[in-house]
Design a protein around this ligand. Structure first.
Ligand SMILES: CCCCCCCCCCCCC[C@H](O)CC(=O)SCCNC(=O)CCNC(=O)[C@H](O)C(C)(C)COP(=O)(O)OP(=O)(O)OC[C@H]1O[C@@H](n2cnc3c(N)ncnc32)[C@H](O)[C@@H]1OP(=O)(O)O
Ligand SMILES: NC(=O)c1ccc[n+]([C@@H]2O[C@H](COP(=O)([O-])OP(=O)(O)OC[C@H]3O[C@@H](n4cnc5c(N)ncnc54)[C@H](O)[C@@H]3O)[C@@H](O)[C@H]2O)c1
Length: 717
């Protein structure tokens, strides 16, 4: 796990623990023993520490967390380096992160390749840099830089790290060779002043104002996530306490954090995110055996809200796009939107003006579907009407080359039905982007019963190539994301009907950590879209939506959203919805007395006496209704694993990462409690079928197995 060799007077200690050289117990032992070996070899005058393979060590081995780590700890390796009596050089390539960077900070010198990055990302997994980072970095780069790096986990490119003295020299070529050359130059020179523990932290007199400013920033963005605050404390220890005492204090805090639900959730999310690429289909194909098709040219049909966002996502990743609309007027409007989204990207520093220009020059347009005869892949984003999509797919089937893949951005419709309008159902797949599609990272890919593994591999690969987080699910109305979101939106309305205020519900869920409450989300998305589909659904059943409706198609129904739409209150775009806005399109909102009155009149007309609704009830009815649906999705095999569902929620709806996602959150609360509360609401609200408890949840609530075993257990049930 750790290689050792000598080149003249230089000993090279190379960590060899693929894939990322994590500092597992055996690696720490290997480092410690090989440092001893170098210390005891009189012919060794300097030592180089580096990583084999793709990277310098990226930190502690996250798999080992949850128990007290066996000694030697990273700090023991660090002390050995400091007291070796010979200069030690960290030669960094790839990423020097966490405990990896901490070892480098104990070294006397650090060199790095230009494309190397360094950082202390512990905060992102709910921890602090307890291997010396929080003590050493302020002594090297100063309190201000340490605060920024440690509380955000940001990775710095080598050139920026050099500006803050974290890297002594940026070198090019072979990192080990460069390390040896550097070692030869410093081997006989004094290096005691390079031992950081003896320095005092830069900017220590400004600790208080720096801390206050950082805490203000953290408060704005943290939404109940507390690791950054602990990180601030750990850095303050570098000023307030002697070095060894600071280390000891930080270890105690680390241990407390390690046992916290937030750290467990973040570490779960870390591995869940990496597991989504390991997909498999019920028919047998999987990520390991399926080979993605090469995609060079893509066409997007429909230049509305989603089509333009998808186009920008593709163009900015370097794909040429042929954009299609039903007429020239809509096409022109779509092209203007694409241009302004690209300009917005330049303003937000997502890309340079030059890159935006390049992207824009890769856009071609047409109103003639025949022009799609040579593209490799098509993404359809027209109105959400099955007959329209079927018509387009049957035309595409005739026009596009036989190997072309046909994707639909539908939010709810059945992929098998769309695929059945073609003679190539194996090449039809759902690619459900989230709005705004050029920003939101989630790409919910949906397989139909005939979609081939090659087609799935192609869209999963495409997702990665355009910087999205692709998750694979099966087909059902609303797939995973919207299907789980639906009962939650309904519960939010019912809660208002029963006595809560929209702003109260929004506040409770924002305090929980959601980026926006459900009523703000409704105003942002536009109430008219849902209203249209509710009216269509009613028409389909030979019904009309009436405003005293309490039941619809055998289910409890709340007509408050329809009443708002009837008044033209569609949300931000019309300047009024559940809130009122400064002007149409503005985000500046205020509580509207008219809405309060409308709600009161609604309750009066139905004879509902408003009651006081608690925070607990709001949280439970919103979160548990979605979680129950999540278990049904698992039960039906629509999602293969709870991890897939959680990643969909982290990236599609901004579910607070420090809760891991709704399924992990449920596991933390305890499935027995979640199940009991769902049964309670089912008893109270028998006309909301979303409260019918999931059978899988019921079974798991009796057995209480860890989340990692749910999918396996389900397949056996
Ligand atoms: C008085 C009380 C006594 C208490 C005693 C307490 C003692 C305290 C001593 C503790 C000292 C702690 C020291 C330290 O400060 C803590 C840490 O170092 S925490 C770890 C910090 N590092 C990270 O978080 C890095 C995480 N990794 C990444 O960001 C990325 O993986 C990457 C390194 C940038 C690489 O990205 P990619 O190239 O995209 O590759 P992947 O992400 O797909 O990863 C490939 C593969 O590697 C696995 N992996 C990555 N990092 C780790 C890791 N740190 N540990 C284990 N495994 C890791 C990853 O899961 C992938 O594998 P797969 O999942 O696909 O099998
Ligand atoms: N808006 C969202 O938040 C969102 C999110 C995810 C998925 N979706 C889905 O994406 C799809 C598009 O939604 P949207 O919000 O972009 O709709 P939109 O109304 O903004 O845009 C649809 C566009 O399709 C064009 N179009 C219609 N028929 C066409 C045809 N025959 N040929 C070419 N173009 C045609 C229309 O002119 C319009 O510009 C829908 O299936 C929707 O369910 C929407």
């Amino acid at each position: 796990m750790v290689d050792y060799w000598r080149q003249g007077s230089v000993a090279v200690i190379a960590v060899n623990n693929p894939p990322v050289n994590a500092l597992s117990y055996n690696v720490r032992v290997g480092l410690y023993n090989n440092l001893d070996k170098a210390a005891n070899d009189r012919d060794v005058l300097a030592v180089v520490i580096c990583g084999k393979g793709r990277t310098f060590p990226v930190g502690a081995d996250i798999h080992e967390f949850g128990q007290i780590p066996k000694e030697p700890w990273i700090t023991d390796v660090g002390r050995k380096i400091e007291s070796l009596g010979k200069p030690v050089i960290a030669a960094i390539h790839g990423t020097g992160l966490g405990g990896g960077l901490e070892i480098a900070l104990f070294c006397h010198y650090r060199i790095a390749l230009p494309n190397a990055r360094v950082g202390l990302p512990e905060v992102l997994i709910g921890l602090l840099p307890a291997g010396g980072g929080a003590q050493l970095l302020p002594r090297l780069a100063g309190i201000q830089v340490a605060m920024e790096m440690i509380t955000t986990g940001r990775q710095l490119p080598a050139s920026e790290a050099a500006k803050y003295n974290i890297i002594d020299k940026v070198v090019s070529g072979d990192i080990v060779k460069e390390g040896i050359e550097f070692a030869l130059r410093v081997q006989n020179k004094p290096f005691q002043d390079k031992i950081l523990r003896y320095r005092s932290p830069h900017g220590k007199d400004s600790l208080q104002p720096i801390t206050e400013a950082v805490l203000r920033k953290i408060k704005m963005r943290s939404r109940g996530f507390y690791a950054p605050v602990w990180c601030v404390r750990s850095i303050a220890n570098s000023v307030k306490l002697p070095f060894e005492e600071g280390l000891a204090q930080n270890r105690i805090m680390f241990q407390q954090m390690q046992l916290s639900g937030q750290a467990k959730a973040l570490q779960y999310a870390f591995f869940a995110e990496r597991s989504i690429s390991k997909w498999k289909l019920p028919c047998g194909g999987n990520f390991a055996t399926a080979v993605p098709r090469k995609i060079k040219t893509i066409s997007v049909i429909g230049a509305g809200t989603m089509g333009t966002g998808i186009t920008v996502a593709l163009l900015s990743a370097g794909f040429p796009v042929l954009l299609v609309e039903q007429n020239k007027r809509f096409l022109m409007k779509g092209v203007q939107t694409v241009q302004s989204l690209l300009e917005g990207g330049v303003k937000r520093r997502k890309f340079t003006a030059e890159q935006a220009k390049m992207a824009s020059s890769s856009l071609t347009t047409t109103v003639d579907l025949q022009a799609l005869n040579s593209v490799d892949l098509v993404i359809e984003a027209v109105f959400e009407t099955l007959s329209l999509k079927e018509d387009i797919f049957s035309k595409l089937d005739k026009i596009c080359k036989p190997e072309a893949i046909l994707c639909s951005n539908t939010s709810y419709l059945n992929i098998d039905k769309i695929a059945a309008s073609t003679r190539r159902p194996d090449k039809v797949v759902g690619t459900h982007f989230f709005s705004p599609a050029h920003i939101m990272r989630l790409m919910e890919n949906i397989y139909g019963c005939k979609t081939s593994p090659e087609t799935v591999a192609t869209v999963m690969d495409l997702g990665k190539r355009i910087g999205k987080v692709p998750v694979l699910v099966g087909t059902c109305p609303g797939f995973c994301a919207n299907r789980m979101n639906r009962p939650q939106s309904e519960e939010a309305l019912f809660l208002v009907e029963e006595g809560a205020q929209p702003e109260q519900i929004d506040q409770v869920l924002e305090d929980f950590g959601m980026p926006m409450g459900p009523f703000k989300v409704r105003d942002l998305a536009g109430g008219d879209i849902g209203w249209r589909s509710r009216k269509d659904a009613a028409l389909h059943l030979g019904l009309t939506l009436s405003y005293d409706l309490q039941f619809f198609n055998g289910e409890r129904y709340c007509s408050l959203a329809d009443k708002l739409c009837e008044l033209g209150r569609f949300g931000q775009k019309t300047g009024s919805g559940w809130y009122s806005y400064d002007k149409p399109g503005s985000k500046q909102l205020s509580i509207d007395e008219d809405v309060t009155k409308l709600i009161q009149n609604h309750r009066d007309s139905l004879g509902i006496k408003p009651r006081k609704i608690t925070t607990q009830e709001i949280q439970e009815r919103f979160l548990f209704s979605g979680i129950n649906e999540g278990f049904k999705i698992l039960e039906e095999g629509i999602a293969a694993r709870p991890e897939d569902i959680d990643i969909i929620w982290l990236y599609g709806f901004g579910f607070p990462r420090h809760y891991g996602g709704p399924m992990f959150y449920a596991s933390q609360i305890g499935l027995k409690r979640v199940y009991d509360r769902i049964c309670h609401y089912h008893e109270l609200f028998p006309y909301s079928s979303h409260w019918m408890p999931s059978k899988l949840l019921q079974k798991l609530s009796i057995q209480e197995v860890p989340i990692g075993q749910w999918a396996e257990l389900h397949s056996k049930l």
